[in-house]
Design a protein around this ligand. Structure first.
Ligand SMILES: [Zn+2]
Length: 219
């Protein structure tokens, strides 16, 4: 279990995303979403349709130099985005990289997350992704059953520019660790979660290792 795990999205049967994205989204108050993770196969289908002149523009899931944030299960499309919801998501750790897609937010540095080919079951054995309209066999817990997670902002003083990490932790759940070198983003995070705790390089690296669990999906 770790921040990189693929988990069901509470309140959205059949939808999955990385734990780090789900926990940050919950910190933002779980705003309504239309899309979370999109499996490689589904993206490939959309891309092939587009190439055949039959679908909307879609990115090639094999172009791994591209962000492909949904295929990395590190993005959300927000339904009915408002400036307030957007501000909450930014404070929770998300960025809005596309001015022409105001509803799309993602974790910083999405390329650190692998493209996802299958939804793993909790037993570690891959299960078939559910077709869209079919509800998940077991209802996900309501978002309100989660307690707010305490969050700490850390700063690595041995990098130029500084590297910041927003670390979420709560009893009984794995931590998560969002990294950025963007000072403006770090300022937004600090405004909500308190000033950054300065760490030397080795300590910062050790913290990161503790927070970032090994990848549990094949790519
Ligand atoms: Zn999107």
């Amino acid at each position: 279990m770790g921040a990189l795990d693929i988990i069901p999205v509470p309140g959205h049967p059949g939808m999955f995303n990385r734990r780090a994205a789900v926990e940050a989204w919950q910190r933002a108050g779980s705003p309504d979403v239309t899309y979370g993770g999109r499996l490689y196969g589904e993206q490939k289908r959309l891309y092939d349709l587009f190439r055949a002149g039959k679908g909307s523009p879609a990115d090639n899931p094999d172009a791994t130099w591209m962000p492909l944030a949904h295929c990395r299960f590190a993005a959300w499309d927000i339904r009915g985005i408002t400036p307030t919801i957007r501000a909450r998501l930014i404070r929770a750790g998300f960025i809005f990289p596309y001015s022409y897609e105001g509803w799309h937010c993602e974790l910083p540095n999405v390329k650190q997350y692998a493209i996802v080919h299958t939804i793993p079951s909790t037993s570690g054995e891959a299960v078939k992704p559910l077709p869209k309209p079919t509800p998940a066999p077991t209802p996900a817990p309501a978002p309100t059953t989660r307690k707010a997670t305490p969050v700490t902002l850390y700063r690595n003083d041995s990098t130029t520019p500084y590297t910041y990490a927003l670390a979420g932790d709560s009893p009984g759940t794995p931590a998560n660790w969002l990294v950025t070198t963007r000072a403006d983003l770090a300022r937004d995070w600090a405004a909500v979660h308190g000033s950054a705790v300065p760490l030397d390089g080795p300590t910062f690296t050790a913290f990161a290792a503790r927070y970032e669990a090994p990848l549990s999906v094949k790519s």
